[in-house]
Unconditional design. Structure first.
Length: 286
């Protein structure tokens, strides 16, 4: 049975080879000469080959030792490059954040309120109507509309989301407008089911993305359901209803139980929670 190589033995052999002996390597590495001798012997045993000739004036590399040195010098260059990459700040933790389209746009609008370029983590935003799997590490933080039930997930409530009906300010309040309704995946969302139940006969246009519907509403052609943090951000829209109680949802940050205490992830969670609890609205409106 072959013995696994010890990377520390390889590193110390490189130091001994470059210093041509134990004394010089001990000065460079801070490891005693006796320990260095044992580690070189252990490496030889692991490789089943003699790497050095032990002479009174120091170590002389054998042919096998010179061969190994060439390979280790390449590894050392790679290690130095990795060290430079780490020190440049590019090794910062990337935190993958998933949310629905409107919430993702909200986070991006307010990114400067919870993240800065000198933070020790980097955001990766994934706008997707599917619930990407936190348990399988597809994402680090998911913005969800309910508390997680799985025992391996943790959740932090960060507020509520209300929905109301909106239409263009230019349309008289008593004017009868049709509705824009969702199709495909969005038709199965609670908002899509509510429209089907209450206004199926009033739907005149259908789209598969709410952002497309918003353009139609702003043109005064239809009315639609919107989260209030979206609708209230547009000065050319007005609420046509009070918030609809049955559509109100909670807003949760969901993360893996085992990872939520990692320093960078903990800071990302706290930063996101702070801004979402303040109930911001969209800012980058056209």
């Amino acid at each position: 049975m072959k013995r696994n190589l010890d990377w520390e033995d390889l590193r110390l052999f490189l130091a001994v080879a470059n210093a041509e002996g134990l004394a010089g390597a001990a000065t460079r590495t801070g490891v005693s000469a006796a320990t260095l001798g044992r580690r070189v012997a252990a490496l030889e045993k692991s490789l089943n080959v003699r790497l050095v000739e032990r002479e009174p004036r120091g170590y002389q590399l054998t042919a096998a030792g010179r061969n190994l040195l060439l390979q280790l010098e390449e590894m050392d260059q790679i290690a130095q490059a990795i060290g430079a990459w780490r020190d440049s700040g590019q090794a910062r933790r990337r935190v993958r954040i998933s949310a629905g389209e409107w919430t993702m746009r909200l986070l991006i609008d307010h990114v400067d309120r919870f993240w800065s370029p000198d933070a020790d983590w980097l955001p990766e935003f994934l706008a997707d109507p599917r619930n990407r799997d936190v348990a399988r590490r597809q994402i680090d933080i998911g913005v969800r509309n309910k508390r997680p039930k799985q025992e391996w997930l943790a959740g932090r409530k960060v507020g509520i989301v209300e929905f109301a009906v909106y239409q263009s300010q230019d349309v008289p309040a008593d004017m009868q407008l049709g509705w824009v309704g969702p199709v495909e995946n969005e038709a199965l969302f609670p908002t899509g089911l509510w429209i089907k139940e209450h206004h199926a006969d009033d739907v005149t246009i259908t789209v598969n993305k709410a952002s497309l519907a918003l353009s139609l509403v702003r043109k005064g052609q239809v009315r639609m359901l919107l989260p209030t943090f979206v609708g209230d951000a547009f000065s050319d829209l007005r609420r046509f209803s009070n918030p609809i109680e049955e559509l109100q949802t909670e807003r949760w940050l969901v993360m893996h139980q085992d990872e939520r205490h990692q320093p960078e992830l903990r800071r990302a969670i706290s930063a996101l929670a702070k801004v979402l609890k303040e109930n911001p609205v969209l800012t980058s409106v056209d």
